[in-house]
Design a protein around this ligand. Structure first.
Ligand SMILES: NC(=O)c1ccc[n+]([C@@H]2O[C@H](COP(=O)([O-])OP(=O)(O)OC[C@H]3O[C@@H](n4cnc5c(N)ncnc54)[C@H](O)[C@@H]3O)[C@@H](O)[C@H]2O)c1
Length: 256
C-alpha cells in the first residue's frame, strides 16, 4: 500500500471487530491512530499496547461535542489528520409494527447521525489542511433488507447516500469519501448469529463463498480506499460480501 506511513488516522468503533482490525493494519503500516469508542477499558489496553502511536478517546459518536473533541485531541497529539474510518455501530432490532420509537431513534442516530457528525468535523479539519480520505462502514443491508432490521437497513442505506453527498461536496477540497458495504462478518456484533449453526447454514445458502468473513477481510479494502492507489476512487460503495448480493436468483446450476 503506497505512501501510508507517517500519516494520522481516526477510527471510530476501533475497540472491537472490524474497527479493531483496521486499527491493527494502520499501526502496522506506520500510521498514528486515534481510536474513538465507548469502551474505555479496551481503549486503555490499546494505548498501553501501542504507546506513542495510538491514543484512545472515549467518544459517543452521536454526540457532536464528543466528535469535536476527538478531532481536536487527534490533531493536538499527532499534529494532523489524514484519514478517517467511521466504523462505530450497533442496532436495536424489531419488526416495524412492533418497534418502539426509542429503539428506532437509537439505531438511526448511532448508524446515520454518528457518521454525519464524524464526517462533518473530520472534513472541516481536512478542508483547511490540504485534504484527506474518509471511509464510512455501511452494510450490505444498505442494498438488501432484513427481517427485524428496518431501522438498521434504512440507516445504512443513508450512510451510503451520505457518502455520495460528502464526496460531491468535498472533492473540491481534495477530500475523498467512500464506503465499504460488508456482508456477514464474524465479530462480537454478530456472535448471536454466527454461534447458531442453523442460522449460519441459512446464511451459507445465500453466500456463494459459503462462510462469513473474518473482520480483517474488511480492513484491506478499507485501507485501499484511503491509499493513493485509490486516488481517483470517490463517492463509491465497495460491496465486500463473498458474492452474497449477486446470489438472489435461483441456483440453476443444480439443474444443469
Ligand atoms: N459484523 C458484521 O457482519 C457487519 C456487517 C455489515 C456492517 N457492519 C458494520 O460494521 C461496523 C462495525 O461492526 P462490528 O461487527 O465490528 O461490531 P463490534 O460490536 O465488534 O464493534 C463496534 C464498536 O463500536 C463501538 N460503539 C458502539 N456504539 C458506539 C457509540 N455510540 N460511540 C462510539 N463507539 C460506539 C462499540 O463499543 C464497539 O467497539 C458497524 O457499523 C456495523 O454496523 C458489520
Amino acid at each position: 500500500m503506497s505512501k501510508l506511513s507517517g500519516k494520522v488516522a481516526i477510527v471510530t468503533g476501533g475497540a472491537s471487530g472490524i474497527g479493531n482490525t483496521i486499527v491493527t493494519r494502520l499501526i502496522n503500516a506506520g500510521i498514528k491512530v486515534a481510536v474513538a469508542d465507548l469502551n474505555e477499558q479496551k481503549l486503555k489496553e490499546l494505548e498501553e499496547q501501542h504507546k506513542g502511536n495510538l491514543i484512545g478517546c472515549v467518544t459517543n459518536v452521536t454526540v457532536e461535542k464528543d466528535i469535536e473533541q476527538l478531532v481536536q485531541k487527534t490533531v493536538d497529539t499527532f499534529g494532523g489528520l489524514d484519514y478517517a474510518f467511521n466504523v462505530a455501530g450497533a442496532s436495536r432490532s424489531g419488526l416495524i409494527i412492533e418497534q418502539s420509537e426509542e429503539d428506532w431513534d437509537f439505531t438511526v442516530d448511532l448508524i446515520l447521525k454518528g457518521v454525519f457528525l464524524s464526517v462533518k468535523h473530520q472534513a472541516r479539519y481536512m478542508k483547511d489542511h490540504g485534504g484527506g480520505a474518509i471511509v464510512n462502514v455501511a452494510s450490505l443491508n444498505a442494498h438488501v433488507p432484513m427481517f427485524y432490521g428496518a431501522a438498521y437497513s434504512s440507516a445504512k442505506a443513508g450512510v451510503e447516500m451520505l457518502t455520495k453527498n460528502a464526496a460531491l461536496e468535498l472533492a473540491q477540497y481534495n477530500i475523498r469519501v467512500n464506503a465499504i458495504l460488508p456482508g456477514l462478518v464474524s465479530t462480537p456484533l454478530t456472535k448471536g448469529l454466527t454461534d447458531n449453526k442453523e442460522v449460519v447454514n441459512a446464511y451459507k445458502e445465500r453466500i456463494p463463498m459459503r462462510r462469513p468473513a473474518d473482520p480483517d477481510e474488511m480492513a484491506g479494502p478499507a485501507l485501499f480506499l484511503v491509499s493513493d492507489d485509490a486516488s481517483y476512487v470517490n463517492g463509491t460503495g465497495l460491496v465486500v460480501d463473498g458474492a452474497w448480493e449477486v446470489s438472489g436468483y435461483p441456483d440453476l446450476s443444480k439443474f444443469i
